[in-house]
Design a protein around this ligand. Sequence first.
Ligand code: PRP
Length: 215
Amino acid sequence: MEDGRYLTFALGKGRLAKKTLELFENIGITCEEMKDKDTRKLIFVNEKEKMRFFLAKGPDVPIYVEYGAADIGVVGADTILEENRKIYEVLNLGFGRCRMCVCGPKQASQALQRRELIRVATKYPRIAKDYFYNKKHQTVEIIKLNGSIELAPIVGLSEVIVDIVETGSTLRENGLEVLEEVCPLSARMVVNPVSMKMENERITKLITALKGQVS
Ligand code: PRP
């Protein structure tokens, strides 16, 4: 390794992290320490590659990367759009595919078509606001929730929701449906702008190797 500096990776906890580690293994980067399910360690080191990895809650990943506490992050496009941080999105990793949608009971589609002043519940207020105000030019009231968003139209908190749809089974089981599509989503690799300059060679090499796996 030409310089002694560690490249630090922040990975979104859960399914994305597992897939990311599989992808890294395919290009010869492993982190054995991280596979131990019982460990309470928070940061894992690959001494040979001079790399460090840690897991963080999805919305925290762009924060670590913006501040340079992590050089590189892997997180969903939904979180990148919602957090709107000063980071570079360098690669679509292709996994974790799903869609950001406006959903609700079938009858809510009329209110959407008529651009009525409706209530929209969501974990993603920035994405919802951008979609309704800037794309649809519809004034709505946005209500921020933290989970189980599908409950909102069922109990009468809102007419519709803006949420992630993967298989569609949560919607189906609750009598809701996709009314409009906001955007497609998948896992992305993000980089700190200063790291991109300072560690350009290493990071570019990594992006090129990963591109070979995802295309
Ligand atoms: C997400 C999303 C939907 C569900 C969609 O929720 O908010 O509720 O998955 O998946 P499906 O289309 O395959 O049913 P998550 O499980 O992350 O939990 P949350 O409700 O707490 O956000």
